[in-house]
Design a binder for this molecule. Structure first.
Ligand SMILES: Nc1ncnc2c1ncn2[C@@H]1O[C@H](COP(=O)(O)OP(=O)(O)OP(=O)(O)O)[C@@H](O)[C@H]1O
Ligand SMILES: Nc1nc2c(ncn2[C@@H]2O[C@H](COP(=O)(O)O)[C@@H](O)[C@H]2O)c(=O)[nH]1
Length: 201
């Protein structure tokens, strides 16, 4: 489970989309949210857009692996898709905030690799939120006001990337993914393979 978190606008969604094009063994966990759909977003692809009543029903039915209130809306990771992808042997990418990351770490620390994406500067963060041009000035102001709070969680993450340049940030995440896939405990069948080698096979 590969988690990307950042203050809003630092670039994790952009990095995630590129990664998914380049890494066929990686699947995106599609979250449910009560926030309104942005122009260009597709229901079921970017998010499952649900109303607060449906979100509450999902909580009561224990359908979330984690959920949190972020800014003024609720966001949650449905368990079912994650279980399906894991059963298919794929790695899963989560674009979630620090609260969700803490919940995943609490339940599955060994299976989690977490990356925090920082903006090159506060000014550039604000510029990115404005140039994305998908949120009102009021929403941008709210997200900027929360950025320092969110960044205070950077030290809880395994890896930190300062997102100056999108191509090199994507390559950094790919390097993390490659190295983490090579970890001894993540290589299935290794014990038998080495046993065979030692027996001369
Ligand atoms: N390295 C970069 N250089 C310049 N612009 C960038 C870079 N990375 C992302 N951007 C731009 O910054 C804006 C915000 O990026 P993005 O939507 O990926 O942020 P985010 O961290 O996912 O935000 P949110 O948490 O609100 O979903 C977008 O317009 C994106 O094209
Ligand atoms: N804890 C969770 N956080 C989530 C989830 N899905 C998205 N997010 C985070 O919310 C903010 C805002 O996202 P936006 O799309 O409205 O800009 C951002 O930090 C996301 O990472 C989730 O399922 N759980």
């Amino acid at each position: 489970m590969l988690v990307l978190s950042s203050p809003s606008g630092a670039g994790k969604t952009t990095i995630s989309r590129r990664l998914l094009e380049l890494e066929p063994q990686l699947a995106l966990s599609v979250s449910a949210t009560t926030r309104a759909k942005r122009p260009g977003e597709t229901a079921g692809v970017d998010y499952h857009f649900v109303d607060p009543t449906e979100f509450n029903l999902m909580i009561n039915r224990s359908e979330f692996l984690e959920y949190a209130k972020v800014f003024d809306n609720y966001y949650g990771t449905p368990k079912a898709q994650v279980a399906r992808e894991i059963a298919r042997g794929r790695d899963i990418l989560f674009d979630i905030d620090w609260q969700g990351t803490q919940q995943l770490a609490h339940n599955a620390r060994e299976d989690l690799v977490s990356v925090f994406v920082l903006p090159p500067s506060t000014r550039e963060l604000e510029r990115r939120l404005h140039t994305r041009a998908q949120d009102s000035a009021e929403v941008v102001a709210k997200r900027m006001a929360k950025a320092a709070d969110e960044m205070s969680h950077w030290a809880e993450y395994d890896y930190i990337i300062v997102n100056h340049d999108i191509d090199s940030s994507v390559e950094s995440v790919r390097a993390i993914l490659r190295a983490e896939r090579l970890r001894r405990q993540r290589q299935i069948g290794l014990t038998d393979f080495v046993k065979g080698l030692r027996e001369g096979q």
